[in-house]
Design a protein. Structure first.
Length: 189
């Protein structure tokens, strides 16, 4: 069962007037730049290059909306913590994200983190921000293909103990955790 198939690109927004006029539930990927948010979207939709994946950080610059069968939306937002942005871009980014979280019907946030690093300071800020809006969070600890089996267990145990949110160890390379993420999203439709 995969709740994000079939998906297609709907639109890109830089500011709120470009947000699509839909009221469908939205699932958002949030996380640091280069952590693997766009790759997660491609895995969830079973498409190779629906969302743009880049070797270097800062690839997703605007908010991209992907529509699944007129019933749900997957939303890819730019990663935070990317230093190579101008002051203007950072201001624009902040405003765009604030508007996004204020105006949209967000069912849940998939907080994507690098399984090797845990939650960074930026991730903690984002987590607190999402919690303050009472939006359910799934912590997706990605790039799990880079960990040994025992290390994966350890990371999962540590994160689960530290946070009240569920945690999935994920890899967009070998699709570890894909069904678990999908099922959690189904449960939060
Ligand atoms: N080994 C491994 N590499 C991954 C995984 N997911 C993503 N990557 C790689 O990490 C890099 C960044 O992936 P993206 O999906 O573009 O990351 P992003 O979070 O969308 O990045 P921004 O758009 O810059 O915020 C790419 O080189 C991916 O191939 C994974 O599960 N395992
Ligand atoms: Mg991206």
């Amino acid at each position: 069962m995969n709740c994000f198939i079939p998906a297609k690109f709907l639109t890109t927004a830089v500011e709120k007037k470009q947000f699509p006029e839909t009221t469908l539930p939205e699932f958002v990927m949030a996380g640091r730049s280069n952590v693997g948010k766009s790759s997660l979207i491609n895995a969830l939709t079973n498409q190779k290059s629906l969302a743009y994946v880049g070797k270097r950080p800062g690839k997703t610059r605007y908010i991209n909306f992907y529509l699944v069968e007129d019933r749900v939306m997957l939303v890819d937002v730019p990663g935070y913590g990317y230093a190579q942005r101008s002051r203007f871009e950072l201001q624009q980014y902040g405003k765009m994200m604030e508007d996004y979280f204020q105006l949209r019907k967000i069912n849940a946030v998939l907080l994507v983190i690098d399984c090797r690093h845990g939650l960074t300071e930026d991730d903690e800020d984002m987590r607190e921000f999402i919690e303050s809006k009472n939006i359910p969070i799934l912590i997706v600890a990605t790039k799990a293909d880079k960990l040994t089996f025992s290390k994966k267990l350890q990371v999962k145990a540590e994160l689960t103990q530290k946070y009240k949110h569920p945690v999935v160890l994920f890899s967009s390379l070998n699709k570890l955790g894909l069904e678990e993420v999908d099922q959690w999203c189904i449960d939060h439709m």
